[in-house]
Unconditional design. Structure first.
Ligand SMILES: Cc1ncc(COP(=O)(O)O)c(C=O)c1O
Length: 355
């Protein structure tokens, strides 16, 4: 792919698939029922005191992430956060170094902005570990930004902070999409704490079941954060105020909202690990954290597998072609355990059909 990109092909595909019961294609935990938060309509004013750069929300995000409010830019989901962060860092013709495989919209945004995209590999044989040497080899004097995900989408691999620190010392800004970070088996701090070259994006979408809230953010040193706020005056200016209020309530209740999530994810990962170990046609390094897995299908085509799963088994996966690795596929493990368990059983039956 090259030239001006005006869409995300993956997002268009993902949003237009027929819903299925056993959606292993989903990469988030089940939606959190809003009524559990006990919200009154008076909590959701549409207008009122200045909600331009609504400070209570910046403070609440800052408290969660361990940074002052001046380091926080609010955005509609990680999606808009990635767009704003990249638009602030990248000018047309700039070289941008992006991990491979990656979440396709990150590539699409860089290309939309006119960047020259180069790549560094996260190797399947190494469990998709983040390898600072691979990044170092691919960085050139023209590299303006390095873009990666942590946890890694699609594989769920966790980057260790020593590797991130090495990458941060290479010179360019490092944009880390951390939307899956809170699904790590042990708590991880944002990469923004590793130094001023780091910019982190995230939201309450994946781990908290609040994708509809669109509560996202960018963490960046204050001067860059100010540039991103100014840039946002070209895009959205301010966010929906009721949403900002709801986001503050959600952030104040994150412990309650995420109660049981780590236990659920550990249980579902154990099911997936047992499933992978039982299937000769699949290879996947055992999952140690995260919501997603990216197994290698040693025989057969994941696109055909997905079509069969949707047609016959009311089940879905994400074919690896969307991550530029057509012999892999992604599954998500954030659903209720009975759904994940039955989805894996159906995946097994579909694999049997194809063999
Ligand atoms: C790596 C990554 N970033 C961003 C997003 C979008 O998240 P949000 O709902 O916060 O916009 C996704 C969703 O699949 C994702 O996988």
């Amino acid at each position: 792919m090259s030239g001006r990109v005006l869409q995300s092909d993956y997002m268009h595909w993902a949003k237009n698939q027929h819903p299925v019961t056993y959606a292993l294609s989903s990469s988030e935990v089940a939606h959190y029922p809003l009524e559990r938060l006990g919200i009154a309509i008076a909590d959701l004013a549409l207008t009122g005191a200045s909600h331009y750069r609504y400070r209570p929300l910046r403070e609440a995000i800052g408290a969660k992430e361990g940074v002052p409010a001046e380091w926080v830019v609010a955005a509609d989901g990680t999606s808009m956060a990635n767009m704003l962060a990249m638009a602030a860092l990248i000018a047309p013709g700039d070289e941008v170094l992006v991990e491979h495989p990656t979440y396709e919209p990150l590539l699409a945004v860089a290309r939309f902005l006119g960047a020259r995209v180069t790549r560094f590999a996260r190797r399947a044989e190494a469990g998709f570990a983040l390898d600072p040497d691979a990044v170092r080899r691919a960085v050139t004097p023209a590299t303006k930004a390095i873009v990666l995900t942590n946890l890694h989408n699609p594989s769920g691999a966790l980057a260790d902070s020593a590797a991130l620190r090495e990458i941060g010392a290479l010179g360019p800004h490092v944009l880390v999409d951390e939307v899956y970070r809170d699904a790590a088996a042990a708590p991880q701090r944002s990469a923004v704490h590793l130094g001023g070259r780091f910019v982190a994006t995230s939201s309450l979408t994946k781990v908290y079941g609040l994708s509809g809230l669109r509560c996202g953010w960018i963490l960046a040193e204050p001067e860059l954060a100010e540039r991103i706020w100014r840039l946002n005056e070209l895009f959205a200016v301010s966010q929906a105020h009721a949403d900002e209020r709801l986001s503050c309530i959600a952030l104040a209740n994150l412990d309650r909202i995420s109660e049981g999530t780590q236990v659920l994810l550990a249980r579902n990962r154990a099911l997936a690990n047992a499933f992978f170990a039982s299937r000769q046609e699949l290879h996947c390094a055992p999952l140690a954290g995260g919501i997603t897995a990216f197994p290698h299908l040693l025989r057969g085509d994941p696109g055909t597998l997905d079509a069969l799963l949707r047609d016959k088994y009311d089940t879905s996966i994400v074919p690896g072609r969307w991550f530029e690795m057509p012999d892999h596929f992604r599954i998500g493990l954030g659903g209720p355990t009975p759904i994940v368990e039955e989805g894996l059983a159906r995946l097994g039956r579909a694999l049997d059909d194809l063999s």
